[in-house]
Design a binder for this molecule. Structure first.
Ligand code: DX5
Ligand code: ZN
Length: 226
C-alpha cells in the first residue's frame, strides 16, 4: 500500500518561536518549509540562511517548497544545504529536467510543483526524473485558503500515470488540507499531505497530525483494496 505522509507547513507556525514550533510536530513525516520571493507569489517568507538554521534544529527532515522565480538559478543551493527534499515550480523553471537532475546530484530528492491551472500532461515524460510531484490545491502564496476541488481530476490523472509508469514517485497535495478534504485528495490518489492551518491552528498539533494520518491512511487502504 502507498505510504501516507503528513508534512505540516510552518507557514502557520509562530515564526518567532520556530524551534519550539518544530518540536510540536516531531511526530510528522517531514516539515514543509514554504519559501516565497514576493515575485513568483505575492508574499515573502524566508530564505536559505533561515532554512539552514531550521534544518539544524528540526527533529524531522525538511521538505522545501520553493515558490520563487528563476528556480534554475536558486533551487540547487537548497539541495547543497543538505535538505532532504527540494520542490521547485514547473512554471518557474526554464529547464526542469536539468534542474531535477541537479537537485538529485546534490543529494536531495527532486520535487516539482504545479499551480492549480497548470496541466500535468506536458510533464508526464519527466516522472522518472522526479521523486515527488506536488499538485497545488490552492493558488500558492498564502495559508488558510479553501481546497480547490477542480484539482481532483488532475490528481487522479497524475496517480494513473505514476502507477502506470511503475516508478515510485510521491504525489503531494498542498493547500486547504483538513480532516475532510484529505479524504477527497487521498481518494484521488495523493499520498503526501501538506497541512498548515489544520496542524498549527489546532490546540494540539500532534493530535491533529494523528487525526490527519488516520484519515489519509484509512482512505489509501480502502482505495488499494478496491
Ligand atoms: C501555500 C503554501 C502552503 C500553505 C498551506 O502557498 O504552499 O504550504 O502553508 O497552508 P494551509 O494548509 O493552511 O492551506
Ligand atoms: Zn507549500
Amino acid at each position: 500500500m502507498t505510504q501516507c505522509c503528513i508534512n505540516p507547513s510552518i507557514l502557520s507556525a509562530d515564526f518567532v518561536n520556530l524551534e519550539a514550533e518544530l518540536h510540536r510536530i516531531a511526530s510528522a513525516d517531514a516539515v514543509h518549509v514554504d519559501v516565497m520571493d514576493n515575485h513568483f507569489v505575492p508574499n515573502l517568507t524566508i530564505g536559505l540562511p533561515v532554512v539552514k538554521r531550521i534544518q539544524e534544529v528540526s527533529p524531522v527532515p525538511l521538505d522545501a517548497h520553493l515558490m520563487i522565480s528563476d528556480a534554475d538559478r536558486w533551487a540547487p543551493d537548497f539541495a547543497s544545504a543538505g535538505l532532504a527534499s527540494v520542490t521547485f515550480h514547473a512554471e518557474a523553471s526554464i529547464a526542469p529536467v536539468k534542474l531535477a537532475r541537479e537537485l538529485r546530484a546534490r543529494g536531495a530528492k527532486a520535487g516539482m510543483a504545479l499551480r492549480p491551472a497548470t496541466p500535468v500532461e506536458p510533464y508526464l515524460d519527466m516522472l522518472p526524473e522526479l521523486d515527488m510531484l506536488l499538485v497545488m490545491t490552492v493558488e500558492p502564496g498564502f495559508g488558510g485558503q479553501a481546497f480547490l476541488d477542480i484539482t481532483l481530476p488532475k490528481i487522479r490523472r497524475a496517480r494513473a500515470a505514476i502507477d502506470g509508469s511503475g516508478i515510485g514517485v510521491a504525489l503531494q497535495v498542498d493547500g486547504g488540507i483538513t480532516e475532510e478534504t484529505i479524504i477527497r485528495a487521498a481518494e484521488a490518489g495523493a499520498n503526501v499531505f501538506v497541512a498548515g492551518s489544520a496542524v498549527y491552528g489546532a490546540d494540539d498539533p500532534a493530535a491533529a497530525i494523528g487525526r490527519l494520518r488516520d484519515a489519509g491512511s484509512r482512505t489509501l487502504r480502502t482505495a488499494s483494496a478496491e
